[in-house]
Ligand binder design. Structure first.
Ligand code: NAD
Length: 462
């Protein structure tokens, strides 16, 4: 049988991939002691990915999806064990969501103009090696979702994960490399260092081979990336308010809000962090939260105690982030029923447990005089993050007014916040929502350069 050029390419790729396995000193694929070595390995892998067909990239992505599903529970447990945050059941769902709904190469499309003067295309090309900084709140989910999107765009990726979630992040990085090797691709499509620090992050941000950095995390990291002199994708903090007006189905609103707020113990950046409701519906809303959705009403004294513990010394206490409601209540000496899902209370918007992005199931409810007042208070609470906001209303004029005023990347109407991630809602999934830099919900196309390709006076065959 004659050997075709593509067969030779496949054999070369396989040999090169096997040669690179020796690079990783930890026994895990893609994990290095030094950041410079990690970047060099990702660069080598990128040279191979660059020559691959879209079909070959898609084969690797299919294998990554399969492995995510097989390891969803392992990663969910590892994430909870390592960080002490979130809950296993919801984290399993999040991994399946990444596997099922993160766009692959189908997201890379071409725009064409054809006419008397020829044919012009906009093609989406890779950046090369992308630097990615990931949070401890969705550690493996972000690594996996970023890798699928970045690889679909023809890139490889260097991660500087949150140190508090390094074990889980390394597991995910190893998994995507194993998938690549299994599908005939190179090792090191995603890499990291054993011990990520601010120093390794700085090396990455300044490295000549990294043209683009995607930062998923709080305000500090996004500002650092946007000050790096490189192109940055900034997926920053949120504090999403859920507005409820008098036209809403109040019973359903209570259920949706509590479901969204308690998902993975409120870790997702899109999750409802506080409610602003018009005065006439506040009591009914709280009634349904308490009687049908396993909420706990915190007294004034309990709110004060929670503030002391959760915001000890005015700073967010990391030991409380991502804990469940019963555990949080036990920290202030309250033995709540085992099924307690969410702690609620009514307070002014300036209440520290309302104005701060807590990332735990504590949900303050702010009373508004009327809808305009609700919008004003919600915009204030979102702090100009332009991240996520939610509304429960059947009044289209109200919804439109709120959407324009709050100007967020995500606005969910009449559903739980997680429907914005494609979970029980239409649309694709991402764990990197570029709120600060405006790309919104990132996908493969976000990680590409737009290139114009012009054929003058030919190839128009109309
Ligand atoms: P974090 O800001 O503490 O850490 C995020 C990452 O940035 C980590 O890898 C950390 O090591 C790194 N980092 C922090 N400061 C840095 C600096 N000055 N220079 C370089 N790297 C730095 O956030 P976290 O606690 O891991 O995650 C929660 C935060 O992230 C919340 O504010 C949440 O809203 C936000 N978040 C946003 C998105 C989004 O898509 N927009 C997704 C998840 C989380």
């Amino acid at each position: 049988m004659p050997i075709s050029e593509s067969m030779v390419q496949d054999i070369v790729q396989e040999v090169m991939a096997k040669m690179q396995i020796a690079d990783a000193p930890t026994g895990k694929h893609g994990v290095f002691k030094e950041m410079n070595d990690a970047i060099e390995a990702a660069k080598k892998a990128e040279l191979i990915v660059k020559k691959m067909s879209m079909d070959q990239r898609e084969k690797i992505i299919t294998c990554i999806r399969k492995k995510i599903k097989e390891n969803a529970e392992v990663m969910a447990r590892m994430g909870v064990d390592e960080t002490g945050m979130g809950n296993v059941g919801d984290k399993i769902l999040k991994h399946h969501l990444v596997a099922d709904k993160t766009p692959g190469t189908e997201d890379i499309t071409t725009t064409a103009w054809s006419g008397d003067r020829g044919l012009t295309l906009i093609e989406m090309g890779p950046f090369g090696v992308i630097g990615a900084i990931t949070p401890c709140t969705n550690p493996s989910e972000t690594v996996l979702c970023n890798t699928i999107g970045m690889l679909a765009g023809g890139n490889t990726v260097v991660f500087n994960p949150h140190p508090a979630a390094i074990k889980t992040s390394i597991f995910a990085i190893n998994l995507v490399n194993e998938a690549s090797l299994e599908a005939g691709g190179p090792d090191n499509i995603a890499v990291t260092v054993e011990k990520p620090t601010l120093e390794t992050s700085n090396i990455m941000m300044k490295h000549k081979d990294i043209p683009l950095i995607a930062a998923t995390g709080g305000p500090g990291v996004v500002t650092a990336v946007l000050s790096s002199g490189k192109r940055g994708i900034g997926a920053g903090a949120g504090n999403p308010p859920a507005v409820v007006d008098e036209t809403a189905d109040i019973r359903k609103a209570a259920q949706d809000i509590v479901n969204g707020c308690t998902f993975d113990n409120n870790l997702p950046c899109i999750a409802e962090k506080e409610v602003v409701a018009v005065s006439s519906v506040v009591d009914e809303l709280m009634h349904y939260m308490l009687t049908e959705n396993d909420c706990y009403l915190a007294s004034k004294e309990e709110q004060d105690k929670l503030t002391e513990v959760v915001l000890a010394g005015g700073k967010l206490n990391r030991k409380c982030v991502g804990r469940d409601a019963k555990t949080l209540l036990s920290m202030i000496g309250v033995n709540a029923p085992a099924n307690t899902r969410c702690i609620i209370f009514e307070g002014p918007k300036e209440h520290p447990l309302i104005t701060t992005e807590l990332m735990m199931p504590i949900l303050g409810i702010v009373r508004a005089r009327d809808f305009d007042d609700a919008v004003e208070q919600a915009v204030w609470l979102e702090h100009g993050n332009r991240h996520s906001a939610h509304i429960h209303s059947k009044n289209i004029d109200n919804i439109t007014k709120y959407a324009k005023a709050i100007d967020t990347a995500i606005l969910v109407k009449n559903g739980p916040s997680y429907s914005a991630l494609g979970f029980g809602g239409e649309g694709y999934c991402t764990f990197t929502i570029a709120s600060r830099t405006g790309e919104g919900l990132t996908s493969a196309s976000t990680f590409t350069k737009r290139r114009r390709c012009v054929m003058s006076d030919s190839l128009c065959i109309r």
